[in-house]
Write a protein that binds this ligand. Structure first.
Ligand code: GLC
Length: 623
């Protein structure tokens, strides 16, 4: 038997240097002292960690690739909109299991401020649960139940800001210097004006500017997002110590993956856009080390919606290789999927993916087509040029297309945060409404309906096939449409992202289950089937990269995943056309005979062309 002290000491030997180096790089001379403080916090949390979680720690240490396996399927939902409450989520496990889910992200569930709270991203207390959803005991009970079903619970850890009503902010306003130092509060406009010179605006529409005058605090408070979300001062070691403690508290309550919300914004440097600063990665390295020492079963996921060159650092580059987040959102994939559907052209997709830096093999993308946020058209000017497009014009086209304004558009989306200075227009809307289902049902047109369902199937298949954790977004499995009733709720009316955050329609799920011939039934049955196929394909392990093969047809994307057990080639037709695809690209890698894994059919690749149906995906392996 290895005793607990030895286990702790071995982990300290392994990860202590990562912790100390991260802290020293961020905090200089204050680093070693903070390290001592954290050692005491970690010892306490390690002693308090439950036996079943310690067993999970040991199991995960034996399977460090647990999140990378093809069997990992993610699902994202709001506990209340999905099942009423945390306890209710446990009653819906059957539905999750029917989709093969093993990773469940419940949207913000810690106690938010009253009233408007940015969908829970304005947290007033990280140690208690939103009373409308349940209690911390309910959260622990749910995590335990999920774990018994091999489902890992994923929870947001909002790092960049707290609610104005959080105790730290309350005490700052009451004049306690210790807590004023947790935030960025300025007595006059000198510094805010200086920072604003180089800061972008995140919510230009409903929260213009990055600073808010607070009468009680007698100062300008840094508020990147809404005025009620106060940015934290991570340059203060006390803030780090608080969050290390919170992280371990939540890990000991059963959270297995932490979504590090808005992590890119946590370190501010005058004269920059205050995103992706190198210190952000030092802090993540230190947080990860804390987690590996006490709770190695847990993983970190970076929510950094930034450009590819900046994004890759969140999975570890240079000296942070293998030392920061385990997962990150592949925002670019999402943008390119929608871009290719609108333009029926895959050249930009090819260019963007080809220019995308490779990630460390032990890290994992979260691949998704829709989530709770809007879609920002993150297409770089240089990628656009590589596809013979003009970046600005193409982004404007995508906004117009998905707002349903472009002639012939199948999409029904809403413009989110129009910035008149940059003319940037982000888009809200559910997967089904953006993919044409809403318009097709409205028109009562069978052809349009088939195309819309095929687009949804294409999107789901592409995220399942990319190699990462596919993140299914609540309601998309039955093609739920935009929910325009958000305007009736005063807490939501000004934020049209609520149009794609509907309540789960369980009657529709039952109907889809009962009749696989309805639109919802077709979507659900197709998705379940493809998930089953994904789970048995070793090529979809996330350690392998999806690489672009130059496509012989501009409407079709061809990806290859080269695995020691054989190559998988994925073919996606992004148009409503029947395409005769020249087979030489496929033949050169797979030979004359292939198996299409989704249908299970044998394909001969000896003919010069292969017929691909509108929006059809193919996953081909050598026979
Ligand atoms: C993240 C969330 C988004 C929220 C923002 C501020 O981007 O996904 O919903 O508004 O952070 O917390």
């Amino acid at each position: 038997m290895v005793d607990e002290d030895t286990t702790f000491q071995l982990r300290m030997d392994r990860y202590g240097p990562d912790l100390l180096n991260g802290l020293t790089a961020a905090y200089g001379d204050a680093g070693p002292q903070l390290f001592e403080r954290l050692t005491a916090i970690m010892r306490g949390a390690f002693a308090a960690r439950g036996t079943d979680l310690k067993v999970l720690d040991e199991a995960r240490l034996l399977s460090p690739d647990w999140v990378q396996r093809p069997g990992t399927i993610g699902y994202v939902c709001y506990a209340d909109r999905f099942a009423g409450s945390l306890a209710g989520v446990a009653d819906r496990i059957d539905h999750l299991k029917s989709l093969g889910v093993s990773y469940l992200h419940l949207m913000p569930l810690l106690r938010p401020r009253e009233g408007e709270n940015d969908g829970g991203y304005a947290v007033a207390d990280y140690r208690s649960v939103d009373p409308r959803l349940g209690t911390m005991d309910d959260l622990t009970a749910l995590a335990t139940t999920l774990r018994r079903h091999d489902i890992a619970l994923v929870v947001d850890l909002v790092l960049n800001h707290v609610a104005r009503e959080h105790e730290w902010a309350v005490r700052a306003r009451a004049g306690e210097q210790k807590y004023r130092d947790y935030f960025h509060i300025f007595g006059d406009r000198t510094m805010p004006d200086a920072y604003e010179q180089s800061l972008p605006e995140i919510f230009p529409d409903f929260a213009p500017g990055n600073f808010t005058w607070d009468e009680e605090a007698q100062g300008w408070v840094w508020t990147t997002f809404n005025s009620f979300q106060w940015d934290l001062n991570w340059a203060n070691p006390d803030v780090f110590a608080e969050f290390a403690d919170l992280l371990l508290f939540l890990a000991n309550n059963g959270v297995e993956v932490f979504r590090l919300d808005a992590i890119a914004f946590t370190w501010k440097v005058l004269g920059t856009d205050c995103q992706n600063e190198p210190q952000v990665h030092e802090l993540t390295q230190a947080l990860r080390a804390v987690l590996r020492i006490v709770a190695p079963a847990c993983a970190l996921k970076a929510e950094a919606i930034v450009g590819p060159q900046d994004l890759i650092a969140y999975l570890g580059q240079g000296k942070h290789f293998g030392k920061v987040s385990d997962l990150a959102y592949h925002n670019s994939l999402m943008v390119q999927l929608w871009g290719a559907l609108a333009s029926r052209h895959t050249r930009l997709f090819e260019v963007a993916l080809s220019n995308f830096p490779a990630k460390p093999a032990n890290t994992t993308w979260g691949s998704y087509a829709r989530c709770h946020d809007d879609i920002g058209w993150a297409v770089s000017d240089s990628d656009a040029r590589g596809a013979y497009l003009e970046g600005h014009t193409h982004r404007a086209f995508l906004s117009e297309f998905y707002a349903g304004l472009y002639p012939g558009s199948f999409a029904r989306g809403l413009v989110f945060q129009h910035n008149p200075v940059t003319n940037d227009r982000r888009i809200s809307g559910s997967m089904a409404s953006l993919a044409g289902l809403e318009a097709a049902l409205h028109a009562g047109d069978q052809g349009q309906l088939s195309d819309a369902i095929a687009r949804i199937n294409l999107l789901h298949t592409a995220i399942l096939g990319f190699g990462g954790v596919p993140l299914l977004y609540m309601g998309d499995e039955i093609g739920q449409l935009n929910d325009y009733s958000y305007v009736d709720d005063p807490e939501h009316a000004s934020d049209n992202r609520w149009v794609h955050r509907p309540r789960m329609d369980w009657d529709a799920v039952a109907a889809a289950d009962a009749d696989p011939g309805t639109p919802s039934g077709r979507i659900l049955a197709g998705l379940r089937h493809t998930i089953g196929v994904r789970k048995r394909l070793p090529q979809l392990h996330a350690s392998i990269e999806s690489r672009v093969l130059p496509s012989p047809d501009s409407r079709v994307l061809v990806l290859t995943r080269d695995h020691p057990e054989g190559t998988l080639i994925e073919v996606y037709n992004f148009s409503e056309d029947m395409v005769e695809l020249p087979t030489y690209v496929l033949r050169s890698r797979l030979g004359d005979a292939a198996v299409e894994q989704i249908s299970g059919y044998d394909y001969s690749l000896s003919p010069e062309t292969l017929r691909i149906r509108p929006y059809q995906p193919l996953w081909l392996t050598a026979d």
